[in-house]
Design a protein around this ligand. Structure first.
Ligand code: BJW
Ligand code: ZN
Length: 245
C-alpha cells in the first residue's frame, strides 16, 4: 500500500456518484470480534465455525451451537465500533448515494451511525423457531442456558436469525443489494475472504457492470486479486485515511 494507491482510492471516492460498500468479518476484527477463517482461540479453539453455522451442526448438538451464539452475543455487548465502522458512517453522511451491505450479524455499523444496513447473513440479536419460523424474544435466563429455548407454538428449538450454510439469504435485502451493485460506479469491499456465495459474486457482478472495485484487506483474496485498487492493510487503519474527519 503506497501513497499513490491511497491517492487513487481517495480520487475514486471523490468522483463516484453511486457507491456500494460491502463488509465482512474483517471490518469488526479490530473491535475484538473474531473472524471466521482466522484461527479460533479460547474455548472455541476446537470447533469449526463452518460446522456450527449449519442445520447439521444444530441437529447434532443444538446446545453447543446455542452457547456459541450466546457467547458471541454477549461479547458484542462488550465491544465498540472501530475507526473503520466510523469512517464508513462518515462517508454515508458525506455522499448522497452510499449503500452499505454487510455479511456481519453484529450491529457495529448501526452503532457507528450507519443507517439502512443490508444484513445479508441476518442478525445475531434476533431469534426465531427453527421449525415454524415464529419470531421469539430471549430472556437473560435463556441466554445463559445450556440448551436453546423451545417454541411455545410447536416445541421446535429457537435459534438466532442468522443465515446458515445451505439456507437462503433474506430475499428482499439480497434484491436491494444486487440492484445497488448493478447501478454503482464504485464498490468498496472491506474485510471479507470472498469465499462464501452468493455474496462473493457481488464484486464480480459490479465489475462486469462497469464499477471500479476497491478492496481493503491485510491479505490477498480472490477479490483483492480482481480489484482495480487493492489496499493491503487493516480496515481500521486504511478507512480513516480514505474518509478523513
Ligand atoms: C481484515 C482484518 C482487518 C482480518 N481489516 N480485513 C460450492 C460452490 C459455491 C457455493 C457453494 C458450494 N457449496 C455450497 C455453496 C453455497 C454456500 C457457500 O458459499 N459455500 C462456500 C463456503 C463454498 N453458501 C450458502 O450456503 C449460502 N446460501 C445459499 O447459497 O443459498 C442457496 C442454496 C441453498 C441450498 C443449496 C445451495 C444453495 C448461505 C451462506 C451463509 C453463510 N453464513 C455464515 C454464518 C452466519 C452466521 C454467523 O455469524 O455465525 O456467514 S458463514 C460465515 O462466512 C459468515 C460470514 O458472513 C461469511 C463470510 O465470511 P467473511 O466475512 O468473509 O469472514 P472470513 O473470516 O472468511 O474472512 C475475514 C477476512 O477479513 C479475511 O480475508 C481477513 O484477511 C480479513 N481481515 N482482519 C480488514 N483488521
Ligand atoms: Zn415453532
Amino acid at each position: 500500500m503506497n501513497e499513490n494507491t491511497i491517492r487513487q482510492a481517495i480520487e475514486a471516492i471523490e468522483t463516484a456518484d453511486r457507491i456500494v460498500i460491502l463488509t465482512g468479518a474483517g471490518v469488526s476484527a479490530e473491535s475484538g470480534i473474531q473472524t471466521f477463517r482466522d484461527a479460533q482461540s479460547g474455548m472455541w479453539a476446537n470447533f469449526d465455525p463452518m460446522k456450527l453455522a449449519s442445520q447439521d451442526g444444530f441437529a447434532q448438538d443444538a446446545g453447543l451451537v446455542w452457547r456459541w451464539y450466546m457467547e458471541r452475543l454477549k461479547k458484542l455487548g462488550e465491544v465498540q465500533p472501530n475507526p473503520a465502522h466510523l469512517a464508513i458512517a462518515r462517508l454515508q453522511k458525506q455522499k448522497r448515494d452510499v449503500t452499505l451491505i454487510t455479511q456481519n450479524v453484529d450491529d457495529l455499523h448501526e452503532r457507528a451511525g450507519s443507517q439502512a444496513v443490508l444484513h445479508l447473513h441476518g442478525t445475531i440479536a434476533r431469534f426465531h423457531c427453527n421449525e415454524c419460523g415464529t419470531a421469539h424474544l430471549i430472556s437473560a435466563v435463556e441466554m445463559d442456558a445450556d440448551q436453546p429455548p423451545v417454541c411455545d407454538l410447536c416445541l421446535g428449538k429457537i435459534r438466532p436469525s442468522v443465515v446458515w450454510f445451505g439456507e437462503m439469504l433474506p430475499q428482499h435485502e439480497l434484491q436491494q443489494a444486487w440492484q445497488a451493485v448493478r447501478a454503482c460506479d464504485l464498490m468498496i469491499v472491506i474485510g471479507t475472504s470472498g469465499v462464501v456465495y452468493p455474496v462473493a459474486e457481488l464484486p464480480f457482478a459490479g465489475q462486469r457492470a462497469g464499477a471500479t472495485i476497491l478492496d481493503v484487506n491485510p491479505v490477498a483474496t480472490p477479490i483483492s486479486e480482481m480489484a482495480n485498487i487493492s489496499l493491503q492493510g487493516k480496515a481500521g487503519e486504511v478507512l480513516p485515511l480514505l474518509v478523513p474527519q
